[in-house]
Design a binder for this molecule. Sequence first.
Ligand SMILES: Cc1cc2nc3c(=O)[nH]c(=O)nc-3n(C[C@H](O)[C@H](O)[C@H](O)COP(=O)(O)OP(=O)(O)OC[C@H]3O[C@@H](n4cnc5c(N)ncnc54)[C@H](O)[C@@H]3O)c2cc1C
Length: 96
Amino acid sequence: MENTDILICGAGIAGPALAHWLRRHGFRPTVVERAPGPRPGGQAVDLRGAGRTVIERMGLMERARALCVAPVQVPQGHPASDPLHRERPLEDHTRR
Ligand SMILES: Cc1cc2nc3c(=O)[nH]c(=O)nc-3n(C[C@H](O)[C@H](O)[C@H](O)COP(=O)(O)OP(=O)(O)OC[C@H]3O[C@@H](n4cnc5c(N)ncnc54)[C@H](O)[C@@H]3O)c2cc1C
């Protein structure tokens, strides 16, 4: 194979994962991202089903486990359980 350079547009979950596998198979991927940095906000990144199989095959399960956060159940009546309040940043709830 002559040209092994591959350009991947997007550094979400898919881009770096693809780069990982391409490198393992002898390619030279470059990942580019148009966003200036990681997106703030959102919730936990779920790791289930096929995602678990893939991350195991990547040899990253132990590292993912070390970084994982246990889900917290918000009791009924707590301000954070109100869907309207959930739109606010976490600090707002802790100040009340
Ligand atoms: C509203 C919403 C809520 C979600 N909540 C959750 C959640 O709580 N937990 C969870 O696990 N999943 C959640 N998901 C799903 C999760 O976001 C997606 O499954 C995941 O982000 C898909 O990864 P991806 O790499 O395919 O795409 P993306 O994460 O969309 O990554 C694509 C990247 O490519 C970049 N890009 C695009 N065009 C170019 C270009 N021309 N040049 C350079 N860079 C480019 C973008 O900036 C982006 O960073 C949610 C999705 C949505 C829409």
